[in-house]
Design a protein around this ligand. Sequence first.
Ligand code: GAL
Length: 498
Amino acid sequence: MKKTAFYSVMLVLLGILMPFNLIYADGSNKIFEGAPCINPPYIIGNYPETTFLFYIPTSGERPMAWKADDLPKGLSLNSETGIISGKVTDAGEYTVTLTATNRLGKDKQQIIIRIGEELALTPPMGWNSWNTFGRHLTESLIMEIADAMVKNGMRDLGYAYINIDDFWQLKERGADGHIQINKEKFPNGIKYVADYLHERGLKLGIYSDAAEYTCGGVCGSIGYEDVDAKDFADWGVDLLKYDYCGAPFGQQEAIERYTKMGKALRATNRSIIYSVCEWGQREPWKWAKQVGGHYWRTTGDIGDHWSNKVIGPGLGVMEITDMNAPLSEYAGPGGWNDPDMLIVGISGTSMSIGGNNKSGCSDEQYRSHMSLWCMMASPLLCGNDIRNMSRETLETLTNRNIIAINQDVLGKQATRSIRADYFDIWVKPLSNNEMAIACLNRSDKLLDVLIDSKTIPGLTANADIKDVWAGRNLGKLSDGLNVKLEPYQCKVYIFSGK
Ligand code: GAL
């Protein structure tokens, strides 16, 4: 063999064997090891003249130092904390170059800060109190969750919002016309918690309802939208989940009620993400964005189980997937379908949602759930107790490659190109002419599925393949990829090149 031919073969082999962007090579928590890696989101929206806050999610060994070139006027970076903050007056699209440096190297990444009328240019990521804690939420829980998110590295993979769900309020509105905070749960008020989160570059979400009382029977916002929105803004809230218990059934009434709160939020001095939660009963995918919504529930509540054909109550991951699958055309930057929050790692510990009270789903099923939510460009709001989770759960929630698919700047929700009896094939176009393809085994049997250029339009034999969960390059597609799936497994691949 000629020397050059030998080197080319070796290079190809090296490319195939080299892990790409892999955080966990040996099963250990490597978020805080190695050279820096700036993780998504790479595009951030904010309203003009409102507070901007963004922690640059970066994995790699600490200490780390950050630099930001070409920040728009009004923003500044704290190079030691990695937090960009300030206020921008002029609408526009600003390309900013970020650099993260540590003892082992540096990473450079261009991001876009778009000051204008849109928020949530990629699906929001964070945590919500409901799925595990239900009514049992307190100030110290929220602050401990924030500490955990910083400590376990989730913040460095892009998780930013910590959302207080139902039961932070008292039942009756105060004589002064304001919602009364339950001081047994939040003795120092909501602003205190918001400040604590903001100091760490995290953001606070809150919850209310478009009727007199919430689903939990405490104070809702109907008739007081302006007062409540202003209170939320004064407290430093960054997101509102607006529920629909106790409100009229018709679509028109729902549109009116959601419009009122949408306008009230936009009239505040903050960029507040608006989550529309009427469980998909009035086709919100057709109107929620117009009333100021940034994501909208497409289904009823999730339960901690794979399929409610087997066990209920609450919808299973499979039923929700089937309901959300046909809605891809409605999702995009600034407005997302929300197939409800993640149940990854709840493992039967929920105090609110139904499910299999013994153990929830298997780790494989939780991983597949994560893959599907990432493919469907869903908001990634986990709900497990992240202060105390298994290595498998942490690895599922913080896999950089699968999150990058969710956060891709093109903002496409995957479409299902094949729905067979026991398996699905999903296709999600990505930026840079890449394409993510997921193969899901719905059954409890081993399964072989073939991906080739005949079954998937747009794929060519010359495409390079990466296995997302294994973090490995697999070479060219050639005459097809034979995918071996364990029971309930979802394998995800990225195809690049023509
Ligand atoms: C439901 C909502 C859940 C949770 C709950 C609180 O309507 O879908 O996600 O917010 O209310 O009571």
